[in-house]
Design a protein. Structure first.
Length: 411
């Protein structure tokens, strides 16, 4: 039985394999086999090209989806920032009215005993102090003026109380609108996070050979005394790593080390590759790292001297975006700056973003302009008036320059 099956299998294979013609030469058979191999290679190339096209289309789709999600999120954050500013203005008006109301109340409290006595005993009050007739007439006029002042103060106090009641209602509505804006912002932020995660999974650059040196440089910078020293350490460590990579490549090339030389050249190329294109003529065109008002300006006097950066009052939980294309040179806590990210934009330009609540990037990661690198803190409670603050510096070869003229103007 087994023999019959084996014979049947042999006949089947023989039927499927085209038999060489009896008169076919070895050269003809070799040519036919070569043509078949070439066709197989062409088919594989066509399949690979189709897969590459599909991957490219998917990447474009993901990129467009991420860009759309990022645009929607920034619009939501702008709405949150506007609601925060509106609430701050309402609180300021409310405080001013309350102060005026308290002053008017205090004034009435001083005048009220006199007014009560005059209303109960007008004649006795005037006759209590002996005076010539002309002074008595003046006294009557003063009393009339005092009565008018009391009436005006009381009317103003009543109007201010009505205005305060209206402002209280306006404040409740502003708080409701802010809560709605933040809810929308959170939903869009979650969608953007998903888009970014998908993009990173579908397009990961193999830069592991250079990450070790970059992480070591970031660890070294974390121990610097101040920000200027940290940036100097990053630049020095980067230059040293590039020099060591070049020396290793030369040494291996002299010994004709195959695989090791290839890896060394790859590491050298990755380390020497510019972090970014620099800023060039991008002044006034860079995306702001967060929405919100600028409440601290470059050069403003402070306890440590003139400010070397600017401060944004950011919406709670706002995503912090990289203003430039580049590479994350530092990501983590640093001194009194809190959680900080340094983006190396190339050509000696570095953006420093400090005051984040959490990170969304890692040292060595390449980022595009507008990519999230972290997020701001949430408010402790809906009544908390302290919005999170983002401190931003722009440095060129270590020297602080005003970042505001480089950012896009709002509106």
């Amino acid at each position: 039985m087994v023999g019959w099956l084996a014979a049947g299998a042999f006949l089947t294979v023989a039927a499927q394999t085209p038999a060489a013609s009896p008169g076919e030469s070895d050269a003809a058979r070799a040519l036919r086999q070569s043509e078949q191999d070439q066709e197989s290679h062409r088919e594989a190339a066509r399949a690979a090209k189709a897969r590459a096209a599909a991957a490219s289309a998917a990447a474009l789709h993901l990129g467009a989806a991420e860009e759309a999600a990022r645009t929607r999120l920034r619009a939501a954050e702008e709405a949150s920032a506007a609601a925060i500013e509106r609430r701050a203005q309402i609180r300021a008006r409310q405080s001013a009215l309350e102060a005026r109301r308290d002053a008017e109340t205090a004034q009435l409290e001083r005048l009220l005993p006199i007014a009560v006595r005059l209303s109960l005993y007008p004649a006795e009050t005037l006759l209590a102090v002996p005076a010539p007739p002309d002074e008595a007439v003046r006294g009557v006029a003063v009393l009339h003026g005092l009565a008018r002042e009391i009436a005006a103060t009381a009317a103003q106090l009543q109007a201010d109380r009505a205005a305060l009641a209206a402002i209280a209602a306006e404040s409740v509505e502003a708080a409701r609108q802010l809560d709605a804006d933040i809810t929308t912002q959170r939903s869009l932020a979650a969608a953007l996070d998903q888009q970014i995660a998908t993009m990173r999974q579908s397009a990961q650059a193999d830069e592991g050979a250079a990450l070790e040196a970059e992480r070591a440089a970031a660890d070294d910078a974390a121990h610097a005394a101040d920000l200027r020293a940290a940036l100097a350490r990053l630049a020095a460590d980067r230059a040293r790593a590039e020099a060591e990579a070049r020396a290793k490549t030369r040494a291996l090339a002299e010994h004709h080390a195959g695989a090791a030389l290839s890896q060394a050249r790859q590491r050298e190329a990755l380390l020497a590759h510019p972090a970014g294109p620099g800023l060039g003529a991008a002044q006034g065109r860079l995306i702001a790292p967060v929405s919100g008002a600028v409440i601290g300006h470059f050069g403003a006097p402070g306890e440590a001297g003139p400010a070397e950066g600017i401060t944004f009052r950011a919406p709670p939980e706002a995503r912090v975006l990289s203003p430039c294309q580049g590479k994350v040179a530092f990501a983590g806590p640093f001194r009194s700056y809190g959680v900080m990210v340094i983006v190396d934009c190339g050509d000696g330009y570095d953006f420093v973003l400090a005051g984040l609540a959490r990170l969304a990037s890692a040292v060595g990661e390449r980022v595009r302009a507008g990519d999230p690198v972290g997020a701001m803190a949430a408010w402790a409670s809906p009544d908390d008036e302290k919005a999170p603050l983002l401190y931003v510096e722009l440095r060129h070869h270590g020297q602080a320059i005003d970042p505001l003229p480089w950012l896009q103007a709002k509106g």
